[in-house]
Design a protein. Structure first.
Length: 149
């Protein structure tokens, strides 16, 4: 009886998250997760990408990695505005490092700006603040490329 209650509760939680469960005999399907929303602005030869989500973590890192890598093909000089991001984990750091590498391969660079205190702390602990060129404002980050507003 307890197992049935747990099983029903687990099935209910799984369906609420948009997942499919093999236990119920259904075919596994994609995990429903919110897409990563961004704003894109071009300043001279620099693309400024504002991440609109509150976290850059394991659930969003793949989407961010893909989005920034795609942008790097057309805009090798990228500025990522992190002022709305309040949580960053190792997967998020990996996505930023991957995008940085793609920008460099395309002949450009990636810079970060307006990071919140928790994000600055993680970047500092991971020793990525210098590698990823962390700037206090958008204008400083864009000016680092020599672009004019």
């Amino acid at each position: 009886m307890l197992w049935q209650a747990f099983s029903l509760r687990a099935d209910r939680l799984a369906s609420l998250k948009g997942w499919y469960t093999v236990a119920r005999g259904e075919t596994p399907g994609p995990c429903a997760r919110p897409p990563v929303n961004t704003n894109l602005e071009t300043v001279g030869r620099v693309a400024v990408v504002e991440l609109l989500g509150e976290s850059l973590d394991a659930t969003t890192a793949d989407d961010v990695r893909g989005h920034l890598s795609y942008l790097a093909t057309d805009h090798p000089n990228l500025v990522v505005d992190l002022h709305r991001v309040h949580f960053l984990d190792s997967a998020g750091c990996g996505a930023l490092v991957h995008a940085h590498r793609r920008c460099q391969e395309a002949g450009g660079d990636l810079r970060l700006c307006r990071a919140t205190e928790p994000v600055r702390t993680v970047l500092g602990l991971a020793r990525l603040a210098r590698v990823l060129h962390l700037h206090a404002t958008r204008e400083e980050a864009v000016a680092g490329f020599g672009a004019t507003s």
